[in-house]
Unconditional design. Structure first.
Length: 316
């Protein structure tokens, strides 16, 4: 079958030095870009992470320090990757929680502009876990009846992920899904926007899960003492929390999202101050306005009775 696409859908997979979104680096990236006309483009490259690759990571993906010693750094290949992914929606296996945040960290660290605000994201793992609860290897076997050869190679994994999504769409076409609130829908269909909604149930703001949208579409903290509380509400009560996060060990993209909310909050705060000042000016009389001259009353003429009263008063 062919994906119903309005624009390219880029499946991508990363092999990294580890699993820490903030500190680990990419050593290999593979992208399969599915085009609306049914054609496909694949780009795979190894990247020098500019740091040693831990042995435990090398044992998983098979990439060692000597394999990337003469490869370009991310800063060198980043512009090419950004151009290749331009105007594409993104898809992967566990991509919302790992691959997208790691990729964003690399772009931000290298100072390369890569906007993800208006893209759709399809996480194939979320479809699988919500419908069947398995791993990529099991998903490939379950949906496609195949075993992954050369597993944990980025290119092998991403090709398997692509095939799994196609099989999932066929398998679950018209299938009911009941969410935790009892709502029944048919979410798995050959429509990238519908798959985006189904695989992004947690509504992350920063894709590292530190900030999420609540049911009202408001950004809230998703960790620590302020978990579940609106970000702007905490800025009002504890503005130093912003500085603590910006100076802390949080992903760069989390900090960028937090900064965007901070700027918006500050703008609203300043607008409220200006509005209050304008209201105060309207209520207070203008002291600089000249006082209106009041003509003195004309003196009454002196009568004999008045003179007699004065005489009696001072003679006593």
């Amino acid at each position: 079958m062919k994906l119903n696409l309005k624009r390219p859908l880029a499946f991508f997979d990363l092999e990294t030095t580890g699993t820490n979104i903030t500190t680990d680096r990419i050593v290999e990236i593979s992208i399969l870009k599915a085009m609306p006309d049914g054609t496909e483009e694949i780009k795979t490259m190894r990247i020098n992470p500019e740091r040693p690759i831990p042995l435990e990571s090398s044992l998983i993906h098979g990439i060692y320090d000597e394999d990337v010693a003469d490869r370009p750094t991310f800063k060198m290949v980043g512009p090419e990757l950004a151009a290749f992914l331009e105007n594409s929606d993104l898809a992967g296996y566990n991509s919302n929680r790992f691959d997208i945040p790691v990729l964003m960290e690399e772009f931000l660290r290298a100072g390369i502009e890569f906007d993800i605000e208006n893209r759709l994201f399809v996480d194939v793992q979320n479809i699988f876990h919500q419908m069947e609860q398995r791993t990529l290897k099991a998903a490939y076997q379950f949906y496609c009846g195949k075993c992954i050869e050369n597993a944990h190679s980025a290119e092998a994994d991403i090709k398997a992920t692509y095939e799994v999504l196609l099989a999932q769409i066929e398998r679950y076409a018209g299938a009911d899904f009941e969410d935790k609130k009892g709502h029944v829908s048919k979410p798995v269909k050959n429509d990238i926007e519908a798959l985006h909604l189904f695989t992004n149930l947690n509504k992350p703001v920063d894709y590292a899960g530190r900030l999420v949208f609540n049911e009202d579409g408001i950004e809230v903290f998703n960790f620590g003492k302020h978990k579940g509380k609106p970000v702007e509400e905490i800025f009002n009560l504890e503005p130093s929390y912003y500085a603590w996060m910006q100076q802390g060990d949080f992903p760069l993209y989390t900090k960028k999202c937090l900064e965007r909310i901070w700027i918006r909050w500050n703008s609203k705060k300043q607008a409220a101050k200006q509005q209050q000042a304008a209201q105060n000016r309207e209520q207070k009389p203008n002291s600089q306005q000249p006082q209106q001259y009041k003509k003195p009353e004309k003196a009454k003429p002196v009568t004999d009775d008045m003179l007699e009263l004065l005489k009696q008063k001072f003679n006593q």
